[in-house]
Design a protein around this ligand. Structure first.
Ligand code: PGA
Length: 241
């Protein structure tokens, strides 16, 4: 596991952008796995700015997202579909036929998960961007998710519901309690994984990711089993290392 410690959030976003841009220049038809949450927003802003200034093209890219809430319609302001459109895809020149986000409002959610996994095998992810929860979740794979899990329905923990209530008028009762998420094994199929973490609230999860035992109690510890993982973390997230 490569660990890059940067000074602050701005430098984290710049480092991640540098790596992603190098890939898309070298391999315009790369498959990129995107994440939601606050952490990758700085990276997405740099991608948008660069696209507008330098016309870096994403037309040939295939894109996947890690997860989606169950129970929100696609056009809900807090769906991850809306998040990705607003923060990134609507401004880039993406081909929307090659953009995959699990449908949280699918009638048969189990079949949706299975179909997503088939797509992931068809277009293997070259570069997976990951955030991490304070409880070390990756995607929406909460502690004690089996490490061999594939895309499917997951229950959100109370910690995660509380953390995400900030997007739902600070009202935890509005936060969906389930999601459809790429599993831990699905994430580990990516050729390269780049995990971003900023702030002291992530310091313990980062310590356990790197130094803890590989255990389902710490979903991110599964990354120790992957040959090509880079952590880009700021000094606060690195403070317990
Ligand atoms: P955050 O979320 O980037 O908003 O901290 C990360 C996550 O929960 O995976």
């Amino acid at each position: 596991m490569e660990v890059i410690v940067v000074k602050n959030y701005q430098e984290l976003s710049e480092k991640a952008f540098e790596m992603l841009k190098a890939l898309i220049i070298e391999k315009p038809d790369a498959t990129i796995g995107f994440a939601t949450g606050s952490t990758p927003v700085g990276l997405y802003q740099l991608m948008v700015k660069d696209h507008l200034i330098n016309q870096t093209s994403y037309q040939k890219m295939t894109a996947f997202n890690l997860d989606e809430y169950i129970g929100l319609p696609q056009n809900h302001p807090e769906s991850y579909y809306t998040f990705m459109r607003t923060n990134l895809f609507n401004t880039l020149d993406v081909n929307f036929d090659q953009v995959y986000i699990p449908a949280g409002d699918a009638r048969d959610i189990v079949a949706e998960g299975q179909a997503y996994e088939v797509l992931l095998d068809k277009y293997p992810i070259d570069f997976q961007i990951l955030g991490i929860g304070t409880n070390a979740h990756i995607g929406f794979n909460e502690p004690n998710t089996p490490l061999d899990s594939l895309t499917g329905v997951v229950d959100l923990t109370e910690d995660t519901i509380k953390a995400n209530a900030r997007f739902f008028e600070n009202d935890p009762s509005q936060v969906p309690t389930q999601a459809i998420s790429m599993g831990i094994a699905s994430i580990l199929k990516a050729k390269k994984i780049v995990l971003l973490a900023s702030g002291a609230s992530k310091a313990e999860a980062i310590y356990n990711t790197i130094h803890g035992p590989v255990t389902a109690e710490v979903p991110s510890s599964a990354l120790q089993n992957h040959p090509n993982v880079t952590l880009i973390i700021d000094e606060a997230a690195a403070s317990k290392l």
